[in-house]
Design a protein around this ligand. Structure first.
Ligand SMILES: O=C(O)CCC(=O)C(=O)O
Ligand SMILES: [Fe+2]
Length: 311
C-alpha cells in the first residue's frame, strides 16, 4: 500500500474536491513547489522560504520512523474503538462511529517515543538549528490529528493561535499516512505570506487576548475568487513535510476516504527567542493552550472582516 516511489506530478485539469467545491489543477490550484533537492542547502532554503513562504520537502523524515509513528497512532485509535472490526490496524480503516481523534492533550499518545522519534528527532532538531542558526526548541504541545471521513480544518494563519513571542517561528506539518487528494491534504494559499492588509488585521489578532474568532474563512472558493489566491497542495506520502511561518494561510480539505488521515503539526524556534508560554508545560504537567478564557464570547469573524474592509 505504501510505496517508496515518488508520486507522479498531478496532471493539468485534474479535479480537486474541497468540500462542495471543485477546483482544477493548473489554474485555481497547483502542486506545491518541491524543495527536496535543497534539503542541505540552507542558503537556498532561506531564499525559497522568503519568496514562497513555505518549503515542501519530501521524505524529510525517514520512512521507517514515520511508519512506526503511524502504526503507534493507529494502535491508539484501535484501543479507543475507532478501527473497523476485522480489518488490519495498519490499514487504518475507519469504523461506523467515524470518530476523528485529536491527540493534543493525550500525551500518552502524542508524546510517546514513536511520535517524538519523528518530530523531535536529532535529524529534525538539527535541521532547525541549521535553518535558524542556533539552539532550538519545540513546543511541548504537538497537534497529532487523525481525521475520520469528513474531518478537516478551516483557513487560518497560525499567528492567531500560536503567535505570541518571537515571530521567527516555524510550523512543520508532517504527513504520517499516505495523503492523496481525496484523503484531506493540507492546502495553502500562495502569496498569503505577503498580503500586508491581511497580515496587519486578521494576522495581528491573538484569539485569546482579543477574544476574536480564529478561523478566517471556511470557504475555499472565496480564497480564490475574493482574495485572488492560488491554492497549492500535493499527494503527500508518509514523511513528507511542509514548513511555513506564522503568516501562511492554510486549511485542509475534508477527508473523503474511509481511511484515517494522520498528520502532526509541530513548532520550532530559537531557544533564545521569546516563547509562546501557552504551549509549554506548567508545574502541573499541563499547558494552558488556546481557548483558556472561560465563559466568554468570541467576536465573530464576519464582524471583524467588516471592520477590516475584508468582506
Ligand atoms: O492538518 C490540518 O488539517 C491542519 C494543520 C494546521 O493547521 C497546521 O499545521 O498548522
Ligand atoms: Fe495551522
Amino acid at each position: 500500500m505504501m510505496t517508496t516511489n515518488q508520486p507522479k506530478s498531478i496532471p493539468t485539469d485534474t479535479p480537486f474536491d474541497f468540500g462542495e467545491h471543485r477546483f482544477y489543477f493548473g489554474k485555481e490550484i497547483v502542486e506545491l513547489s518541491d524543495s527536496t533537492s535543497l534539503r542541505n542547502d540552507f542558503k537556498a532554503l532561506h531564499r525559497k522560504m522568503n519568496e514562497d513562504g513555505y518549503l515542501f520537502i519530501r521524505g524529510f523524515h525517514p520512512r521507517q520512523d514515520v511508519e512506526a509513528a503511524a502504526h503507534w497512532t493507529l494502535k491508539s485509535i484501535a484501543e479507543r474503538g475507532g478501527i473497523k472490526q476485522d480489518s488490519p490496524i495498519k490499514d487504518g480503516i475507519i469504523n461506523e462511529a467515524n470518530r476523528t481523534f485529536s491527540f493534543f492533550r493525550q500525551t500518552e499518545v502524542a508524546h510517546a517515543k514513536p511520535i517524538l522519534d519523528v518530530v523531535d528527532s536529532q535529524r529534525t532538531m538539527q535541521f532547525y538549528e541549521e535553518f535558524l542558526g542556533g539552539p532550538v526548541i519545540t513546543f511541548d504541545k504537538r497537534w497529532l490529528r487523525c481525521m475520520a471521513k469528513g474531518g478537516h480544518n478551516h483557513f487560518h494563519y497560525d499567528s492567531v493561535y500560536v503567535g505570541r513571542g518571537t515571530q521567527n517561528r516555524y510550523t512543520m506539518w508532517s504527513a504520517l499516512t499516505d495523503i492523496d487528494l481525496e484523503n484531506g491534504p493540507l492546502v495553502i494559499c500562495l502569496g498569503s505570506h505577503q498580503h500586508n492588509h491581511l497580515k496587519s488585521t486578521y494576522g495581528a489578532t491573538d484569539m485569546d487576548r482579543d477574544l476574536t474568532d480564529a478561523v478566517f474563512s471556511t470557504d475555499p472558493r472565496e480564497m480564490v475568487e475574493k482574495f485572488g489566491f492560488t491554492l497549492a497542495t500535493a499527494h503527500f506520502q508518509p514523511g513528507d513535510v511542509i514548513i511555513f511561518g506564522l503568516y501562511m494561510m492554510h486549511s485542509s480539505a475534508p477527508n473523503r476516504s474511509d481511511r484515517y488521515r494522520i498528520s502532526i503539526d509541530t513548532r520550532y524556534q530559537l531557544a533564545s527567542d521569546e516563547k509562546d508560554d501557552r504551549f509549554f508545560f506548567r508545574e502541573d504537567g499541563t499547558w494552558l493552550g488556546n481557548f483558556y478564557n472561560k465563559d466568554v464570547t468570541y467576536k465573530p469573524m464576519s464582524k471583524l472582516r467588516q471592520e477590516w474592509g475584508l468582506e
